[in-house]
Design a protein around this ligand. Structure first.
Ligand code: COA
Length: 323
């Protein structure tokens, strides 16, 4: 009998989706006490895409998934795992993953589930799908990060409403005999709920993000610094082995700090925060898809994906680009 090949996973195609409606900083400044200049200086954000009435996380997730499926050249029927990272599901249940499975007409009964790690969600989902494939439990996974953060934003809270956008990004992850996903590293520390959380307000109001921005900023810079070291060290890489940094798009100053840590010039960093703002679980795959589609990311490149989010959660994925 032929011995089983060691299984790895590789990204075969990417896709993304943004709502049509664009809201500029100037529009926000008409409603709350802020300014375009303040938002750009503190965050790098110029605009965000926000859903319209009736548009849901699963709609964006499906649109991104269809692009990823087309880009990878697979038939949707080959998908044997659907993982959606989201903090803003359409419903409490069924999961967005099950809604996507139904909307895409995947009737092969493959497992489908959501995973919640807020802004680190896509890295967690990619790691999970990679492990399914390495374990031989899946061969073709649809991995999506999708969020409609505008639904859990208090639009009167100027301290954080300026940060968020809506969107989705997706990848098709296939089994391969050479590794595309070289490694993933995940972490969480549940002691910091007071610094960043969303839940029902004590006054019985709706669910809204509450954040101590300054403290979150410092923690994010420190932990992303650590994850860069950990990822390089554990994989025997030097800083200049990384071709592209594809960071979570929370704040341009956090992104610049990570690039500095890597000794990387900003023209090797994929930046979409100016146009997309912070789309939570969608941010990394949206940035990835942007740089794949505009031709910056090329076969043989080594990518470092990283993210930090509520929980706190953080993580990285080291990718060899194979297509
Ligand atoms: N417009 C104008 N002024 C604002 C403002 C806004 N939207 N929001 C806050 N301010 C004011 C504050 O009231 C404060 O005024 P004061 O000095 O008179 O008290 C001043 O600006 C500075 O506030 P501070 O919170 O210290 O600003 P900052 O430089 O830390 O920037 C964030 C705020 C939110 C942009 C920044 O902390 C940040 O990006 N943090 C990380 C958040 C993040 O990425 N979270 C998601 C993680 S996945």
């Amino acid at each position: 009998m032929q011995p089983e090949l060691t299984l790895f996973s590789t990204i075969a195609g990417t896709g993304s989706a943004l709502p049509e409606r664009i809201v500029t900083n100037h529009e926000l400044a008409e409603r709350i006490d802020t300014s375009h200049e303040w938002i750009v200086e503190r965050t790098g954000i110029h605009q965000r895409h926000l859903v319209s009435e009736g548009q849901n996380t699963s709609d964006l997730a499906c649109a991104a998934a269809l692009q990823a499926i087309a880009a990878s050249g697979i038939d949707a029927v080959e998908i044997d795992l659907v993982v959606v990272a989201t903090t803003t599901p359409d419903l409490v249940f069924p999961s967005v993953a099950c809604l996507v499975q139904q909307k895409l007409g995947i009737v092969n009964r493959c497992p489908a589930f959501d995973l919640q790690a807020v802004c680190s969600g896509f890295i967690y989902a990619l790691s999970t799908a990679d492990n399914f494939i390495r374990a031989g439990q899946a061969r073709c996974a649809l991995v999506i990060g999708a969020d409609v953060m505008s639904r859990i934003t208090d639009w009167n809270d100027r301290s954080n409403c300026i940060l968020w956008g809506d969107g989705a990004g997706a990848v098709v992850l296939r089994a391969s005999d050479t590794p595309g996903v070289l490694a993933t590293h995940l972490h969480a520390d549940g002691r910091y709920r007071d610094l960043l959380h969303a839940g029902s307000a004590p006054d019985g109001g709706g669910c809204a993000v509450r954040m101590q921005g300054n403290a979150v900023f410092r923690f994010a810079v420190r932990t992303l610094d650590e994850i860069v070291d950990e990822t390089l060290e554990k994989n025997g890489l030097q800083k200049d082995d990384i071709t592209w940094l594809v960071p979570h798009q929370a704040n341009i100053r956090i992104i610049e700090a990570t690039a500095k840590k890597l000794g990387m010039s900003m023209d090797k960093v994929v930046v979409t925060v100016d146009r997309h703002a912070n789309t939570s679980a969608a941010s990394v795959p949206l940035a990835l898809d942007t740089a794949v589609r505009d031709g910056r990311i090329k076969k043989g490149d080594t990518l470092l994906l990283e993210a930090f989010g509520g929980g706190f959660t953080w993580g990285s994925a080291l990718i060899k680009w194979m297509v």
